[in-house]
Ligand binder design. Structure first.
Ligand SMILES: O=C(O)CCC(=O)C(=O)O
Length: 281
């Protein structure tokens, strides 16, 4: 399912596009599931799905429905959708290695992003950072730290606030010289006008697969209406604990804040009614 051309382009550019990854019924189910959760304000919960914004309540990059794989079968299907999961597994590269003992992949973030007029996200990441979690690496096959699958849930053309990438920047040794200035634009950051950046246009159902080390962000949406995408971020299974053990609630209570952060880095963010019954066993 992963062609030699996909491998070549992913290595060269840091991204590939899988056309028509989601079928029309799958798209309709995803959009109906989202419709049933709207309207929603930043900070509100819909079941186990949390409305979140990277910039806080002013949400200049749009609102995210975090943990959307909790929203029902339409989004559960996207966890290992056959249109792209083999690409992801190969690009993460855990298969047939020491890392595959308890599965080869881990989803560290999954959300729907809803972006309206005036909203965008600034240029971030790039090979110069060297961050292991996001890194691009090829050695005896691909070993990327994070591969993102961004699925278009509606058409994304000019003015729709499409994702922008700097092809090849996952291997960059230097930071883009404009990254600071373009981050600081008045209406919030966007990638519009950044030299070397290309806007990716997608039809509803297409999936953009990119290594997070590529310098990326989005154009500002100028059209009316909302851009709807769903983003699942995959990493190697060691992004979670190696074995199916979990620290006990007692241990976590006894530890210092710093110790707890090392043993169990993610404090849980749960709907208030779930907080009492979700301490780690
Ligand atoms: O919203 C977009 O188009 C870009 C998404 C993004 O920046 C990311 O996934 O890190």
């Amino acid at each position: 399912m992963v062609s030699d051309l996909d491998r070549y382009l992913f290595d060269l550019r840091g991204f590939v596009i899988v056309k028509g990854a989601l079928s029309a019924p799958e798209l309709a189910n995803c959009n109906a599931t989202i419709d049933a959760m709207l309207p929603v304000g930043v900070g509100e919960w819909r079941g186990h799905v949390h409305a979140h914004a990277f910039s806080g309540a002013d949400a200049r990059e749009g609102v995210n429905l975090q943990q959307v794989y909790e929203a029902g079968p339409a989004f559960e299907r996207l966890i290992d959708h056959p249109a792209y999961i083999e690409h992801v597994a190969e690009f993460i590269g855990a298969r047939n290695t020491f890392d595959a003992h308890h599965g080869e992949l881990f989803i560290d973030e999954n959300f729907v992003s809803l972006r309206g007029p005036g909203e965008a996200i600034g240029l971030h990441s790039g090979g110069h950072e060297g961050c292991i979690r996001c890194q691009y690496r090829y050695h005896n096959g691909f070993h990327c730290g994070q591969v993102n699958v961004l699925m278009a849930l509606n058409d994304i053309g000019p003015g729709d606030g499409g994702t922008m990438v700097i092809p090849g920047s996952h291997k960059a040794n230097l930071q883009h010289p404009d990254i600071g200035t373009f981050q600081m634009t008045a209406g919030g950051a966007s990638v519009d006008g950044v030299p070397g950046a290309e806007e990716v246009h997608l039809e509803a159902g297409d999936a953009l697969l990119f290594v997070d080390a590529i310098a990326h962000g989005s154009a500002r949406r100028t059209n009316p209406g909302m851009r709807r995408v769903c983003i699942y971020r995959y990493g190697p299974s060691w992004g979670m604990l190696r074995h199916p053990y979990r620290p006990s609630a007692g241990l976590l209570e006894r530890l210092s804040e710093r110790q707890r952060g090392i043993v169990w880095p993610h404090a849980q963010r749960l709907a208030p009614e779930l907080v009492s019954d979700m301490a780690p066993a």
